[in-house]
Design a protein around this ligand. Structure first.
Ligand code: HEC
Length: 105
């Protein structure tokens, strides 16, 4: 009988421990990996639209392009990839990219 009581107590304690563990809130920290764009006019607009689908690395890892290439690239994002960028903002972005990540021509 005494053994049975001890066994029951052990089971109860184990049960409480399991329930407490199951309900415990675990939190994890996700590191924020942010690509910094070069400061310049139009940076905010570029950051806002060009980071919707992918990292801004896609911009910073490109070689320097002539403006015509940035025009094609931004239009490809809009027409082929479906980037929701109004025309006026697209112009701001193209000017920014040409100035900061362009060949100057
Ligand atoms: C609607 C989603 C979307 C938005 C918004 C977007 N892109 Fe993209 N982008 C893509 C996809 C999809 C790819 C192709 C990814 C791949 O091939 O892995 C891509 C690829 C790229 C590449 C790599 C070269 C290429 O043509 O594949 C560059 C550079 C790029 N994007 C620049 C931009 C810039 C600049 C902007 C802001 C004007 C922008 N993206 C906004 C979807 C988007």
């Amino acid at each position: 009988m005494k053994k049975l009581i001890i066994l029951s107590l052990m089971l109860a304690v184990a049960g409480f421990a399991y329930a407490a563990e199951k309900d415990a809130v675990h939190s994890i920290e996700i590191p924020v990996v942010k690509t910094e764009l070069r400061a310049g006019e139009g940076m905010d607009t570029t950051e806002k639209y060009c980071s919707i689908c992918h990292s801004l690395d896609y911009i910073t890892m490109q070689p320097k392009f002539p403006k015509a290439t940035w025009v094609v690239e931004v239009n490809k994002m809009i027409k082929v990839m479906g980037a929701p960028i109004p025309e006026a903002d697209a112009r701001v972005i193209i000017d920014y990219l040409s100035a900061q990540y362009g060949t100057g021509g």
